[in-house]
Design a protein around this ligand. Structure first.
Ligand SMILES: C[S@@+](CC[C@H](N)C(=O)[O-])C[C@H]1O[C@@H](n2cnc3c(N)ncnc32)[C@H](O)[C@@H]1O
Length: 399
């Protein structure tokens, strides 16, 4: 798996001054504190990892740890502090789950001391020898993105396509930016119903209506996904899961089996390389794939928040440029009050106020404002609360 350009990579574009490095270290530490306070899924494992990180950053007898963090900060100057921390624990998690040592991950890792031992065994060099795990950690920190891929998130896309079926047409073409392994798009293309999404409303007819949209069979003329990371490493995508999802339980074994099943179904799905934040050059191959035509539907799920804030407007514009009918975003984002044609993403996606929303923009009429169709309980999408605007779409469509 390689990155084919150096956007935000390894400080090739700019060097941090000492002052900037000190500032970024302080921001990194603050983000560690924030994530320790509100870890994803209340994970005790991530909480302990964050506490161990804070302690080891100030541990003079363990300079390798501090050096690893400083190199990471130099390498990725454009990444937000909270995203750096999300990537940081995923990289160590990756090292632990692929380790052949007798490591009981995540079960034994709700303790700070276990993490501290792990940090040492991964980063400390043996006398007169380098530690390959430590080098791999640095390499992953310099080059990788957080690539969580949750198929159920794409239930939001299915709901939106169904609600806007009057403009997307009978056999829509569909492109997804930041597709990771493409599992959600594969589920959509294979017309596998989205199960396990509770529709959070007291109105029975609304529940039925949303569910019938989720189960609807749609044949797509084309399904294309692209990502700034070319190639997919399922091992890395798995390592981006939350620790709970990696525990050896029957439920997780089923989850893994289902993901593997999706991963082998690529009949209706093509994955390309592209960078949404680069504008036109970043999506050339994607447009070429559709003979230079725009797609009926373009989506971006859990990816805009990963783009540096100063590039998000450009990235969203590029996403809209890719589509001729409908744009769908599912992200920790909200519609700007000042300018409802724009979105604002959450700084810390795990903070209590951040919400995982289904947002859509129609491109065929005069109203280019984003519409908030509903809200998921979190990025695992086990519950969806429809908004009035979605119900109005159903009424307008006479459904
Ligand atoms: C958290 S994952 C989400 C994957 C998938 N959309 C989902 O929701 O399950 C974010 C993905 O966006 C990709 N990404 C981030 N910035 C990107 C950009 N500027 N252009 C294309 N892909 C990007 C990352 O490489 C990663 O695979």
């Amino acid at each position: 798996m390689t990155r084919e350009h150096n956007f935000g990579l390894a400080g090739f574009e700019r060097q941090l001054s000492d002052h900037e490095l000190t500032r970024d270290l302080a921001a990194f530490e603050q983000a560690v504190v924030d994530i320790r306070e509100f870890p994803p899924g209340n994970s005790k494992v991530v909480e302990a990892c964050m506490e161990a990180t804070l302690q080891d950053l100030h541990n003079e007898s363990f300079p390798e740890f501090n050096q690893t963090v400083l190199t990471f900060l130099r390498d990725r100057p454009d990444m937000s502090a909270h995203l750096k921390v999300q990537l940081f624990w995923r990289v160590f998690q990756h090292s632990l789950i692929k380790s052949s040592d007798n490591i009981n991950y995540p079960a034994d890792y709700a303790k700070v001391m276990t993490w501290q031992k792990a940090f040492r065994s991964i980063l400390e060099d043996a006398p007169n020898a380098i530690n390959p795990d430590g080098w791999e950690v640095q390499e992953l920190l310099a080059t990788h993105t957080v690539q969580t891929n949750e198929p159920r998130r794409y239930s939001g896309v299915k709901i939106a396509i169904d609600a806007y079926s009057d403009i997307t047409g009978q056999e829509p073409s569909y492109v997804d930016a930041g597709c990771s392994a493409g599992l959600g798009q594969i589920q959509i293309g294979e017309n596998i119903p989205f199960r396990g999404v509770n529709i959070d409303t007291r109105k029975r007819e609304v529940r039925h209506r949303v569910r019938s949209g989720l189960n609807k069979q749609i044949s797509f003329s084309k399904i294309v996904g692209f990502d700034m990371i070319s190639g997919t490493s399922i091992e890395w995508v798995d390592a981006c899961s939350n620790p709970k999802e990696l525990a050896d339980t029957a439920r997780n074994r089923d989850r893994r089996k289902y993901r593997e099943h999706l991963g082998t179904h690529r009949k209706y799905y093509k994955r390309l390389h592209g960078d949404l934040s680069e504008g036109d050059p970043g999506i050339k191959a994607v447009m070429d794939e559709n003979n230079g035509q725009k797609y009926d539907v373009a989506s971006a799920l859990t990816m805009l928040y990963e783009i540096p804030v100063d590039l998000q407007t450009k990235a969203t514009k590029t996403l809209e440029y890719l589509s001729k009918c409908l744009v769908v975003v599912v992200d920790f984002a909200e519609i700007s009050h000042e300018d409802p044609t724009q979105l604002i993403t959450a700084k810390n996606i795990y903070a209590p106020g951040s919400r995982y929303r289904l947002l859509a923009k129609e491109l065929t009429g005069d109203n280019l404002n984003w519409q908030h169709l509903g809200t998921f309980d979190n990025g695992r999408c086990t519950s969806f609360k429809p908004e009035k605007i979605l119900l109005k779409r159903y009424v307008d469509l006479g459904l």
